[in-house]
Ligand binder design. Structure first.
Ligand code: CP
Length: 331
């Protein structure tokens, strides 16, 4: 039994096989590959795309999805081992994972960081607890990485560009009024490197460099393809000749849990918005964002609504790649 927790756990050919399967499912969406199968989708955070695409995808392949969330009446869960459960939690993850495994064939988990202590959040405790105690495959629906988003992005890029090897890929930090999760940024950098692109991380200052775990993984994968990860704080240099621009905002890790001083820094870099002037420096780059996205804060209307923007294709591909992932896990 294999979980889908992180693309780093899967080889490029294995991931490519799922994307190839997703391409088939895109042209022929209905089937019975998940006939009689049920996936439990546990959302500890909000969602539009992930929730809908997993639910629709399971049904299109003859399966069934059960959506669980604390606001939907689920018992509050405890994730720490060995604690005296005299607080809010009524049920331990050990029982929840075991019991769900008796009803369901897969379990999807969305659990964002608590944004208090990155040293704790980077352990990805909730996802790993389910992976440890469940007797069925577990799928990461976004925790501190977002592997399903990565897969949809690569599929969309391949649809437009074909071979991705050697393409200049720029992950650019953008402003947002709140400090956001680094999950999509971690994932974007890793998958770009894994699929042979030349990745650049563009961010305002050293404080916005991503966790060393993902920097190291991306550097290793880039090196294996004869490329190198570039970290830049220079907008002109990063956009110059780019073939892919991926926009995302995230909070600076050194300020985790102490966000007030970080806001002062973040507010100085609103000009990192993806706009036509910056895109003009690229090599007619494709541009995308995982969504949801604040228009004219992270990216201008003109760029988002241009033919070079593949955000809708990427969002649609979530449906197809997740069907391929579910099929691979229970096949
Ligand atoms: N991109 C993404 O995961 O969207 P949702 O948060 O709406 O699921």
């Amino acid at each position: 039994m294999k979980h889908f927790l992180n693309t780093a756990d899967w080889s490029r050919p294995e991931l490519q096989a799922m994307i190839d399967e997703a391409r088939i499912l895109k042209t022929s969406p209905h089937g019975d590959a998940l006939k009689g199968k049920t996936v439990a989708l546990l959302f500890l955070n909000n969602s539009l795309r992930t929730r809908t695409s997993f639910d629709v995808g399971a049904k299109e392949l003859g399966g069934h999805a059960v959506v669980l969330s604390p606001s939907g009446g689920m018992w509050p869960l405890e994730f720490e081992d060995g604690v005296v459960m005299d607080g809010e939690a009524e049920e331990h993850v050990k029982e929840a994972a075991k019991v769900l495994s008796r009803y369901c064939d897969m379990i999807g988990i969305r659990a964002f960081p608590k944004f208090v202590d990155w040293r704790e959040d980077r352990k990805d405790k909730i996802l790993n607890a389910f992976a440890t105690y469940a007797d069925v495959p577990v799928i990461n629906m976004e925790t501190i990485t977002h592997p399903c988003q990565e897969m949809a992005h690569i599929m969309a890029l391949q649809e437009r560009l074909g071979d991705l090897d050697g393409k200049k890929f720029v992950l650019t930090w953008t402003y947002h009024p709140k400090p956001l999760n680094t999950a999509v940024a971690n994932s974007a950098l890793m998958i770009a490197a894994k699929f042979g692109m030349a990745p650049t991380l563009l961010c305002p200052t050293e404080d916005y460099i991503l966790d060393e775990r993902y920097i190291e993984q991306a550097s290793k994968d880039a090196g294996a393809h004869g490329e190198a990860l570039t970290i830049s704080h220079d907008i002109d240099e990063a956009y110059d000749g780019a073939e892919v621009v991926y926009a995302k905002s995230w909070g600076a890790l050194p300020f985790f849990g102490n966000w007030e001083p970080e806001k002062g820094i973040r507010d100085r870099f609103k000009h990192f918005i993806v706009d036509e002037e910056k895109m003009a420096k690229t090599n007619s780059a494709l541009v995308s964002h995982c969504l949801p996205m604040r228009r004219n804060v992270k990216m201008t209307d003109a760029v988002f609504d241009s033919d070079n923007c593949i955000a809708y294709e990427e969002a649609e591909n979530r449906l197809h790649v997740q069907k391929a992932i579910m099929k691979a896990l229970v096949g």
